[in-house]
Design a protein around this ligand. Structure first.
Ligand SMILES: Nc1ncnc2c1ncn2[C@@H]1O[C@H](COP(=O)(O)OP(=O)(O)OP(=O)(O)O)[C@@H](O)[C@H]1O
Length: 688
């Protein structure tokens, strides 16, 4: 270390021209303080200063500094020694003396004065010149003295620093030695520790990654658990709410349970009472059972008698009907309508009389050509005359026995004959529009009666079926009034008479009338179809016959009896057309058809009346109507004709015509009616 420092000193020497100490001057004028290292005295100031300013502890640092100093050999160095007393600056032109003034400042007047003196002194003034030189020398000496003082301070400082530097170097060497020893001693151990440390580090890293994985899993688990906890808390809240509700229910139930318990107790006591009563009743029932057995035996005996009685009733009923005549005529006068009541003298003069109300007399006033007025009366007698105030119910009472005959297995025909507007449709069906039960016509009443009777007959072992057909005869053509509206008038229907008195119309709709409500539906549909057919032909209903055919079939499995009857309810076309003349085209054909069918009806009735032995010819085939009713007119049938008349005087002549036609019919006494015999099973199978 020492050698390095020394060499550095040598290499760092800086030439100082103006401030280089003159040894001769030193010896003569100034005495430098004694130095610990006299060799250093001879060294230039720059070396010492350099070491002082940059004290370093390592060789490297010193060498690097040296290099930097070598690079700037000409730079002026201003070593500053912080002694606390003075500052030494060395420049080419400036020095500092002891008093603090720079050498330049302190010496500057002298050269000027010297110059002045040189200038002013004469060449011969040698003394003066010597004195000037003396002054200069004094000034230099004082300057040197200041510098010497600075130099000494610096030397002290350098000595201190060098001492410290040596100590530091020595310590450094020791430390290096110690380090080398330690390194050699602990190197192996350190390596082991390092490898151990690395192993541990790896293990720790692995552990760390495992722990990280576990941490992630735990975090996931944690979030799952949090979610579960949230769900659980929600469920908990719900459960709490439910629990509260349940608690309420439980409290309510408990209350009601208590009530029920009380009720149960009372019920038990009443149950005991009921038990007692039941046992009493059981005893009573046993007694009753014995009575019932006795009664059943009585009932059986009575039923046997009743069946005999029913047979007797039918026989007697038929005898009565025969006595009344198998063709009967009822006359019905309709009441005037509200609009018809307003005019005076509008109504015809009609008197009603007879013990059973079976007669009426119409009177008219006739004027002769001479102006003489005579009153002419037209008396008529029928089986029954219904005055205008007669209700539908009263009318039906009279025909209900005929309906019963149909149930008993006879063919029954009920006609309504009369001019247009005389009340035929009202009598047969009821008023148009909504129908009250009081204004129901003969058809719904007949069905209602049949329904009621069959219900009672069911109890006596009879099973009845009611099949209804509704057809219209217009211009000698048959139409199905219960069929599809679109087919109306498109299908050709034929009439066929089977053996044993059954008449069939082909392709005709048949409705099973198992309730009275169905009859109303059927009537509505028929009038709707009739109205549809009437769109092209005005007032169709007045110009066609409508026929409602109700077939009644009854079987009594107990007595092996059969019953098959037909009830025909016919609303005839307006009879006044008979008198019309001058019609053309469709009207003429219509008039002819009506005329023909109604006159044929009269002819058939007349022929039947004159054909008591059944050998004569009856012209049934002359019209569709009579051919259709072939099995319902004559020997084995019962016929009733309503002759409906108008109360108006303006219809007087038509009324007289109708009453005369009815009288003609009424005068006929058709042969004894015979019951229809249903075909045997073998005949049915043969299709005959
Ligand atoms: N007994 C009666 N009581 C009350 N009103 C009646 C009675 N008879 C008929 N009328 C009324 O008289 C009017 C004519 O009756 P209805 O239509 O039954 O005559 P009609 O003979 O059937 O006529 P058409 O031949 O044109 O069918 C109707 O308004 C009907 O309500």
């Amino acid at each position: 270390m020492k050698s390095t420092v020394e060499s550095n000193r040598k290499r760092s020497s800086i030439p100082i021209k103006s401030t280089t100490l003159n040894t001769s001057n030193n010896n003569n004028n100034t005495k430098l303080k004694s130095t610990a290292t006299p060799t250093i005295k001879k060294q230039p100031l720059g070396i010492a200063n350099n070491n002082i300013r940059k004290p370093t502890t390592t060789t490297n640092m010193l060498s690097s500094k040296r290099k930097s100093n070598e690079k700037e050999p000409t730079r002026s160095i201003r070593p500053r020694v912080d002694t606390g007393k003075s500052t030494f600056r060395r420049t080419s032109s400036t020095t500092t003396n002891k008093s603090g003034k720079t050498a330049k400042e302190s010496n500057s007047p002298r050269p000027q004065q010297q110059a002045k003196k040189t200038q002013t002194r004469a060449s011969w003034d040698l003394r003066g010149k010597i004195s000037d030189m003396e002054e200069t020398r004094h000034a230099n000496e004082s300057k040197i003295a200041g510098l010497s003082q600075v130099w000494r301070d610096l030397e002290d400082t350098v000595a201190d620093k060098e001492t410290k530097s040596r100590e530091v170097s020595q310590r450094l060497v020791e430390l290096q030695t110690m380090r080398e020893v330690a390194e050699s001693k602990h190197g192996e151990e350190i390596e082991k520790l390092k490898s151990h440390h690395m192993q541990q580090n790896r293990a720790l890293e692995e552990n760390n990654s495992t722990l990280f994985t576990k941490l992630t899993e735990m975090q996931n688990e944690d979030s799952t658990m949090k979610q579960r906890t949230q769900n659980a808390s929600k469920r908990h809240i719900l459960a709490q709410t439910e629990n509260l509700a349940l608690q309420e229910t439980v409290s309510r139930t408990s209350a009601s349970f208590l009530e029920l318990e009380a009720e149960l107790t009372s019920l038990r006591s009443s149950h005991e009472m009921t038990d007692r009563k039941i046992s009493e009743h059981d005893q009573y029932i046993e007694e009753l059972k014995q009575e019932v057995q006795i009664t059943n035996a009585d009932i059986k005996e009575l039923e046997t008698r009743l069946l005999g009685g029913e047979k007797m009733r039918r026989k007697l009923h038929n005898t009565i009907q025969e006595l009344k005549g198998n063709i009967r005529v009822f006359c019905r006068v309709r009441p005037p309508l509200e609009s018809e009541k307003l005019r005076d003298g509008n109504l015809a003069q009609i008197q009603y009389y007879g013990e059973d109300g079976e007669k009426l007399e119409l009177t008219e006033t006739l004027s002769s050509t001479l102006g003489k007025k005579t009153i002419k009366s037209h008396p008529f007698s029928f089986d029954k005359v219904f005055a205008p105030e007669t209700t539908q119910e009263e009318c039906f009472e009279e025909i209900s026995q005929l309906v019963q005959s149909a149930l008993d297995g006879y063919n029954v025909c009920i006609f309504a004959y009369g001019q247009t507007g005389s009340g035929k449709t009202y009598t047969m069906q009821g008023p148009s529009g909504p129908v009250l039960s009081s204004s129901m016509g003969m058809i719904p009443r007949a069905v209602q009666q049949i329904y009621d009777v069959t219900q009672k007959l069911n109890e006596r072992g009879w099973k009845y079926t009611m099949e209804g057909q509704f057809l219209e005869i217009y211009n000698e053509t048959l139409h199905d009034l219960l069929g599809d509206t679109s087919n109306y008038g498109k299908i050709k229907h034929d009439i066929r008479h089977e053996k044993h008195g059954k008449t069939i119309v082909t392709d005709m709709t048949t409705v099973i009338l198992d309730s009275p409500a169905k009859v109303n539906m059927m009537l509505r549909k028929a009038s709707h179809n009739r109205a549809t057919g009437a769109t092209n032909l005005n007032e169709r209903s007045s110009r066609s016959h409508s026929v409602f055919m109700l077939r009644l079939t009854g079987i009594n499995p107990t007595t092996k009896e059969h019953s098959s009857g037909v009830l025909n309810l016919i609303d005839l076309a307006g009879s006044e057309r008979l008198a019309l003349s001058g019609s053309t085209g469709d009207r003429l054909r219509e008039t002819q058809a009506i005329n023909k069918s109604l006159s044929c009806l009269g002819d058939v009735i007349h022929a039947l009346a004159n054909n008591k032995d059944g050998t004569g010819h009856v012209p049934f085939r002359n019209s569709k109507l009579t051919y259709l009713l072939q099995n319902s007119l004559g020997g084995n049938s019962k016929t009733l004709m309503f002759v409906n008349i108008s109360p108006l005087s303006e219809h007087f002549n038509e009324t007289i015509c109708s009453l005369r036609f009815a009288t003609k019919v009424n005068s006929c006494r058709i042969g004894t009616a015979k019951k229809l015999t249903p075909p045997s099973r073998s005949q049915k199978n043969a299709g005959t």
